[in-house]
Design a protein around this ligand. Structure first.
Ligand code: CUA
Length: 337
């Protein structure tokens, strides 16, 4: 019979701890449901820990019953031991544990789906292949602030997301702030979140939606109320004309190359709503739906190699343009603060 010696266990321990550290490292960071920064995420994380605890109880009881039935082999008929194991471990313990969990989680479901108070901040998010159109429904009728792949929120206030899709089913998920919600074409779903900590978090699409599903992320920046209001005012403004010579040339090339046929730059290029609004694109944390750093080098890389960066993307590449033209367009975009 094969036995595991103490030396071999000791030899395997370092790799065990390394694997455990690797697993635990995955629980950290801006996209972790186990590091909640919002009321809803907090409740979901506590449900997770309760379920983990309950699962551990079921497992320990099963192990104890199995050990008991093996050890007491000489004491009673096999049928009795089997009954203890199957009825006790397989029916009674799971029924008790699952009933407790059900009673604990049912009220949570209605709380998580509740609408926020009248007058709360509302943000429209439309899923696209493969990016996010974000519209703040703010102020008087017609006052809409549009951006892409970035959401900023005031800390300590409820926000209602109104979610839909233009093409296939996507799912909106900010693990640090709350649960996920599907986005359907032709139907609207709603999700309320209450961020409780400031910081930069990461959102993702949680429903497989095609070749670039994993390249469809967004940044969520939770700020103090006054900084948020300042930011919202800056987003409401039209784009400022480019200042540097290179950016002035970039703006001309942007129009000549037909970029404005899909992208709107409010105040500088006629309004189109096919692709992402670029009015203040230079002020965003990332570009390409959370996949590239926001600087001129990455703008240039995106314009020339977009199809390599994001497979099956709808935007055509512009690598036929000379490098200095692409650099000028990139400079123009970077100056759109
Ligand atoms: Cu959108 Cu997956």
């Amino acid at each position: 019979m094969h036995t595991i010696s103490r030396t071999s266990i000791r030899r395997k321990l370092p790799s065990f701890w390394l694997a455990l550290c690797g697993l635990l490292a995955g629980c950290d960071g801006p996209q972790s449901a186990l590091q909640p920064a919002g009321e809803e995420a907090d409740r979901i994380a506590s449900l997770f820990w309760w379920m983990l605890g309950a699962g551990t109880v079921v497992w320990l009881v099963m192990i104890a019953l199995a050990a008991h039935s093996v050890r007491s082999s000489a004491e009673g008929p096999a049928i009795r031991r089997t009954r203890i194991l199957i009825i006790g471990g397989g029916t009674i313990v799971p029924t008790i544990v699952l009933t407790v969990l059900l009673l604990y989680s049912l009220p949570m479901l209605s709380d998580l789906l509740a609408r926020p108070p009248e007058g709360s901040l509302q943000i429209n998010v439309r899923g696209k292949m493969w990016w996010w159109r974000v519209t703040y429904l703010d102020g008087p009728e017609g006052d809409r602030i549009e951006l892409a792949n970035e959401i900023r929120l005031p800390v300590g206030e409820p926000v209602e997301f109104i979610l839909s899709s233009d093409d296939v089913i996507h799912a909106f998920w900010i693990p640090s702030l709350g649960g996920k919600m599907d986005m359907f074409p032709g139907r609207t779903t709603r999700l309320t979140l209450h961020p409780t900590k400031t910081g930069v978090f990461r959102g993702a699409c949680a429903e497989y939606c095609g070749a670039s599903h994993a390249l469809m992320n967004f940044d969520v920046i939770v700020m103090e109320r006054d900084r948020f209001s300042e930011w919202l005012d800056s987003q409401r403004k039209q784009a400022s004309p480019p200042e540097s010579q290179q950016a002035v040339r970039g703006k001309r090339l942007f129009l000549q190359s037909g970029c404005h046929a899909c992208h709107a730059v409010r105040g500088l290029a006629e309004h189109s709503s096919v692709a992402a609004d670029l009015t203040h694109v230079g002020s965003r944390h990332t570009i390409g739906a959370g996949i590239l750093k926001n600087d001129t080098a990455h703008f240039a890389h995106w314009i020339s190699d977009v199809d390599d960066i994001k497979p099956n993307v709808r935007m055509p590449h512009f690598r036929m343009l000379p490098d200095n033209d692409i650099a000028a367009i990139a400079k123009f975009l970077e100056e759109l603060q």
